[in-house]
Design a protein. Structure first.
Length: 250
């Protein structure tokens, strides 16, 4: 039987954003890529909060699986891995962080996220999708990748995204920096070579996790699974990456 695999997308994406990665895995895995609450087909599901979403992941995941998350999905995957323990055989985080450790900074981010949520509610999905594509962390996507990401965003609704930002945004979730040492499964931290911010975060995370490696994908930006889906499929399958605890080229 093929091993289980759950793929969690980022904010404004849907499970469809994993299609090329899933295709690259062939029959090696049985990938499940749900639309997280507030997104795509799950836009109208409520409540949208961490506890409920972890419950969704728990209901979907087989008894032993690889859990993969990108950006917002990576934060959720990290929380889920701590909650589900031995059910998660391996954790792969792409462009993800454990959150904001400093309380006042996290509260400031939550206020900023609330302002953004209000802006989303005043926008059409077409208007917000165009605005979100210009954020610095996504501004380096190639035209083809950016077009695919834009089409995926149009599967969402403003109200759903606003609920997701309020319930699952960086400001809403507690920091996990002080819990990284509890992770016992192998953890692969995937970053794009051009995503310097999250490359630095990944190196800090690796220092706190017992069985961690950082894999930097050449030429990729923040959305590594969109920029380099074949490489990400190989990393998930254990066919590519760096030796444990290493970074390619370093």
């Amino acid at each position: 039987m093929s091993p289980g695999l759950v793929l969690l997308h980022g904010f404004t994406h849907t499970g469809a954003s994993w299609e090329v990665v899933s295709a690259g895995l062939g029959e090696r895995y049985r990938p499940l890529a749900p639309d997280i609450r507030g997104h795509g087909a799950s836009s109208e599901l409520v409540p949208v909060d961490l506890e409920t979403v972890i419950g969704d992941v728990a209901g979907l995941a087989p008894p032993s699986c690889t859990l993969v998350g990108y950006s917002m999905g990576g934060r959720i995957a990290l929380h889920a891995a701590l909650a589900l323990g031995d059910r998660i055989a391996r954790l792969v985080l792409i462009g993800a962080s454990p959150g904001i450790a400093e309380r006042t900074e996290r509260e400031a981010r939550q206020r900023a996220d609330e302002r953004l949520a209000e802006r989303i509610e005043r926008s059409t999905i077409e208007e917000f999708a165009g605005h979100w594509a210009t954020t610095p962390v996504l501004g380096t996507l190639t035209p083809d990748v950016a077009a695919a990401a834009h089409a995926d965003r149009l599967r969402n609704t403003p109200d759903g995204l606003a609920r997701a930002l309020r319930g699952l945004g960086t400001g809403a979730l507690p920091s996990l920096w002080d819990r990284l040492g509890e992770l016992r499964m192998p953890v692969t931290l995937v970053v794009g070579e051009r995503d310097r911010k999250f490359a630095g975060v990944a190196m800090q995370m690796m220092a706190e996790i017992a069985r961690a490696e950082v894999v930097a994908v050449a030429g990729a930006s923040h959305a590594v699974h969109l920029d380099a889906p074949e490489q990400v499929a190989a990393i998930i399958a254990g066919l590519g990456g760096a030796p444990e605890g290493g970074v390619p080229g370093q």
